[in-house]
Design a protein around this ligand. Structure first.
Ligand SMILES: NC(=O)c1ccc[n+]([C@@H]2O[C@H](COP(=O)([O-])OP(=O)(O)OC[C@H]3O[C@@H](n4cnc5c(N)ncnc54)[C@H](OP(=O)(O)O)[C@@H]3O)[C@@H](O)[C@H]2O)c1
Length: 299
């Protein structure tokens, strides 16, 4: 166990963490976040579930309550960084979280007829996928340090952090930034008994990936992804890539010259244009100056 300042007795066991009791999950209204919420739900666990869509959040909440958890819903838009941070601070003041999972994210890609994402898309992606979670993790880390009871912070990144993605440069950048941030935060918090894990899934069968019409090798079900993520958090893994096939691929990519990786991704399928799922209305990103170039929000 690292850190002499850790007073909390029950939730570290060797290098493993026993079950956390108060957990905040962002993006709990859908996909991986919803699966994480239901997997952690049980008696004597308090779950604070964050999302934007109250109806979806309520559905997940009632499943978790049926499993015996105490559930608090929190509706916030992470793009409103100040509002998000205020909410986090207030919630943590009340619940003193053992574990905070920054899972919410968007997976915007360039529109089918464009070569790149728009500047507005890039800003929005970085706000939701990187700025909000990184600032939020700092806030939670500060509060955990002051409490002196240890804790855990998990950030859901993506294998996109390791691969050049011609159709989603902003997404790839947001996840690569998240990895760099989480590893640095991990190093900073070592002496305080606070575990920081960044977990990078490959394709997971959620509404986000459902809207990408591309080959999705080794796609996981959200419940399987949630179980794997929970195992990584319990083992206090600094960085984990799931499933193992992607871990092997990312390991090999480390030794490939960058130019070759770029050439490879531009040649083989990674440049597949995104398509809307059948019947899905095209959605124009709020604040986009040029509304004629409709943006595809794959969430
Ligand atoms: N699916 C994959 O293949 C895959 C692969 C690698 C990594 N990931 C990562 O896994 C995480 C979860 O993705 P998912 O596949 O579960 O996607 P999802 O089903 O689309 O769920 C995304 C969640 O993020 C929330 N969210 C999005 N924008 C938000 C905002 N501005 N403010 C607050 N909450 C917001 C959504 O809330 P509302 O529903 O309320 O809008 C939803 O709960 C993301 O970080 C994603 O990048 C996914």
């Amino acid at each position: 166990m690292t850190g002499a300042v850790v007073r909390n007795r029950w939730w570290y066991f060797g290098s493993f963490m026993t079950s956390p009791r108060t957990i905040l999950i962002t993006g709990a209204s859908s996909g991986i976040g919803a699966s994480l919420a239901t997997a952690y739900a049980r008696e004597q666990v308090t779950l604070v579930l964050m999302g934007r869509n109250e109806e979806r959040l309520s559905r997940v909440s009632s499943v978790c309550r049926d499993k015996g958890a105490c559930v608090v819903k929190s509706v916030h838009d992470i793009a409103d960084t100040d509002g998000f941070l205020d909410a986090l601070s207030e919630l943590d003041r009340h619940w003193c979280f053992d574990l905070v999972i920054f899972n919410a994210g968007v997976g915007d890609t360039r529109a089918p007829l464009q070569q790149t994402e728009t500047p507005q898309q890039i800003v929005r992606l970085l706000d939701i996928n990187l700025r909000g979670p990184a600032a939020g993790a700092s806030l939670i880390a500060e509060r955990m340090i002051v409490r002196g009871e240890g804790g855990a912070i998990a950030m859901i990144s993506s294998v996109a952090a390791f691969v050049p993605l011609p159709m989603a440069a902003g997404y790839a950048a947001s996840k690569a930034g998240l990895n760099a941030f989480a590893l640095s935060l991990n190093a900073a918090l070592r002496g305080h008994g606070i575990a920081v894990s960044v977990i990078c899934p490959g394709y997971v069968d959620t509404p986000m990936s459902a809207r990408l019409n591309t080959f999705k090798p080794f796609q996981m079900k959200p419940d399987a992804a949630a179980k794997a993520i929970m195992a990584c958090i319990a083992r206090k893994r600094a960085l984990a890539i799931i499933p193992f096939q992607y871990a092997a691929a990312c390991f090999i990519l480390k030794f490939v010259p960058a130019g070759f990786a770029v050439w490879l991704s531009s040649k083989f399928g990674l440049d597949a244009s995104p398509y809307r799922a059948a019947g899905q209305p095209e959605r124009v990103t709020a604040g986009t100056a040029d509304s004629s170039s409709a943006q595809l929000d794959i969430r």
